[in-house]
Design a protein around this ligand. Sequence first.
Ligand SMILES: [Zn+2]
Length: 141
Amino acid sequence: MIELHGNATYVTCLTCGKRYDRDEIQEQLRKTQKAPLCDTCSGFLKPATISFGQAMPVRETEEAYNRSSCSDLFIVIGSSLVVEPAASMPRIAKRSGAKLVIINRDPTPYDDRADIVIHGSAGPTMANILEKVRKGLMEGQ
Ligand SMILES: [Zn+2]
């Protein structure tokens, strides 16, 4: 799994990148009523998610592009496919020969290029698909 938009369960220092457990930082904040600073460099700490205006993580983004370009099947689940860089990954996959499946409540700019499009909410749609896959596996299909 590549978390392009980070992970809300930990906190990172905006200066040196040191990682902290979010629960511990929350607990410190609750006790002291002051925003804790990095114990290594005194930098500001922020939940490790990417906010609008923040740069995308370089290594994760590169890895996501690499995997997109060598995938056989690219499944988009619950994305409007309008925010870059993630929005261009299905195009890269498709250009490299992958089949493209889009599962999203609303139409996306890539619907006409997809091999399968399902307009439905991600949660219930995926639950139905997994149920069918499980049944198929049990029946040996
Ligand atoms: Zn730091």
